[in-house]
Design a protein around this ligand. Structure first.
Ligand SMILES: [Ca+2]
Ligand SMILES: [Ca+2]
Ligand SMILES: [Ca+2]
Ligand SMILES: [Ca+2]
Length: 457
């Protein structure tokens, strides 16, 4: 017994040692597995982060082009050289290998445009009355009633509207009517009479072109009517963020030409022709007031000429006003006649279909510098100065709020991230009002060296 005991003790020790080794091996293995999977996860996270950063580079580039070239819309409205398939540059000026961005928007005719989306090219739902909305033919009377009830403070339903009692009875979760302004157009999804297909339309990836999944009915996302035509949603027609400031392009209050001699003295500090300054003083000296600065165009009074022709009119409209201005009054919802599509222009009261078509045809022939003012409407003979004066409260020649969509991607892996930002530059410094990810909406077409490449599928 005494000789067998050490053997059995040895055996027990051996078994225990083997068990410890096995346990240690298991621990090591699981640790290795753990660190491998966390390595893979962190690699994936790093790529996601890089794709997001690449997309942000596009948003920053678009904002920078808008700020650097305010008078050259070609730089930021459709600029494939500056905004399509651009390598990402990191802080020290080095190129981030393999990473690119494209800033994209739906073009006017089934094509991608490489630039920003101007929110002043849309109808501002928060600055528009029911009559104007009805005239636009873009919303039904029921949708308009529901929208107005959603915003107004009372609990009385309009003829086809809905108030809190309707929303509270909704299942599974009821809610009250907002009784306040919309902060985003997407909030329409909470309002009776609006749904995702009406709001988003068929262009799921927002590139303005019809992809197979956008024309296969309900087979794949999004739902569509498979008619070979890309139906665009209300999102492309409406905004809630557009406003113009009551200042000139340099951000200074405009000079009131109906004001005091002190006001008129400020004219000497401008680049207006001496003849024009002289003329304004001459007319005001006879106690005559101007109804709008545009009336100076091609004007003669008692043998004197204003000296304002097509070349001078943009400056006149930029610098002058006919009422006192502190420069602080926000002017919401003015529509930019340089960028608004024909159906939006036609929806503006007193423009209508015929004039809208004329405006769109005329602006195709303009050079980019002209497209930062509305003055060409008169200078190019599209409308009379009297018509311009009557419309002036509803139109503008510049835009200060934008929607920017940008996709950052890696070649050849196909990793990508799409972002959308709403940017407001009305107060000088650009502010991103909101930022959201669009990656799950699908990839927009990316032009590369190797012809047109669609990555990620
Ligand atoms: Ca109401
Ligand atoms: Ca599309
Ligand atoms: Ca579909
Ligand atoms: Ca369709």
């Amino acid at each position: 017994m005494s000789r067998r005991q050490p053997h059995s003790r040895c055996g027990v020790i051996l078994v225990i040692t083997l068990m410890i080794i096995a346990a240690l091996a298991l621990v090591t293995m699981s640790l290795q597995l753990l660190s491998r999977s966390s390595l893979a996860a962190s690699h994936g996270q790093k790529n996601n982060l890089q794709a997001r950063q690449a997309a942000m580079s596009g948003i920053r580039r678009a904002i920078a082009l808008r700020m650097m070239y305010p008078d050259d819309a070609g730089q930021w409205l459709d600029n494939p050289e500056g905004l399509a398939d651009q390598p990402v540059v990191v802080q020290d000026g080095q190129i981030e290998r393999g990473w690119y961005f494209t800033v994209y928007a739906p073009g006017e005719e089934d094509e991608v445009r490489y630039g920003i989306i101007d929110e002043a090219s849309k109808i501002n739902l928060m600055a528009t009355d029911a009559e104007t909305m009805l005239a636009s033919n873009l919303l039904s009377p029921a949708q308009i009633d529901c929208l107005i009830d959603w915003i107004d403070k009372d609990d009385e339903e309009r003829p086809e509207g809905a108030e809190s009692q309707f929303y509270l009875s909704r299942t599974p979760v009821g809610h009250e009517a907002k009784n306040d302004q919309l902060l985003t157009v997407e909030e329409l999804l909470l309002v009776a009479g609006f749904d995702a297909p009406t709001l988003w339309g068929e262009d799921a990836n927002f590139n303005g072109t019809l992809e197979p999944n956008e024309n296969d009915g309900d087979e794949t996302f999004p739902p569509d009517n498979a008619d070979g035509v890309l139906q665009r949603g209300l999102l492309s027609k409406f905004t809630v963020v557009s406003w113009d400031r009551d200042t000139n392009n340099a951000g200074k209050p405009r000079i009131n030409i109906n004001g005091s001699s002190q006001d008129l003295a400020k004219l000497d500090d401008t680049d207006l022709p001496a003849e024009t300054i002289e003329f304004i003083r001459f007319v005001r000296g006879r106690n005559i007031r101007f109804s709008h600065p545009v009336m100076l165009y091609d004007l003669e009074y008692q043998g004197q000429s204003s000296g304002v022709g097509a070349d001078e009119l943009p400056m006149v409209l930029d610098l002058l006003s006919v009422s006192p201005s502190t420069g602080k009054r926000p002017l919401p919802g003015r529509i930019n006649i340089n960028t608004a599509p024909e159906d939006i222009l036609a929806a503006i009261a007193d423009i209508g279909e015929e004039l809208a078509a004329k405006i769109v045809a005329a602006r195709r022939t303009l050079d980019p510098a002209q497209k930062n003012s509305a003055a060409w409407l008169v200078g190019e003979g599209v409308m009379t100065k009297e018509d311009f004066r009557d419309l002036s409260g509803r139109i503008t020649g510049r835009s200060l709020q934008f929607r920017i969509r940008s996709v950052g991607y890696h070649r050849p892996s196909g990793q990508f991230c799409a972002l959308e930002a709403i940017v407001d530059i009305a107060q000088g410094k650009p502010r991103i009002l909101y930022l959201r990810e669009l990656t799950r909406c699908g990839l927009p077409v990316i032009p590369g060296d190797s012809a047109t490449t669609v990555i990620g599928g």
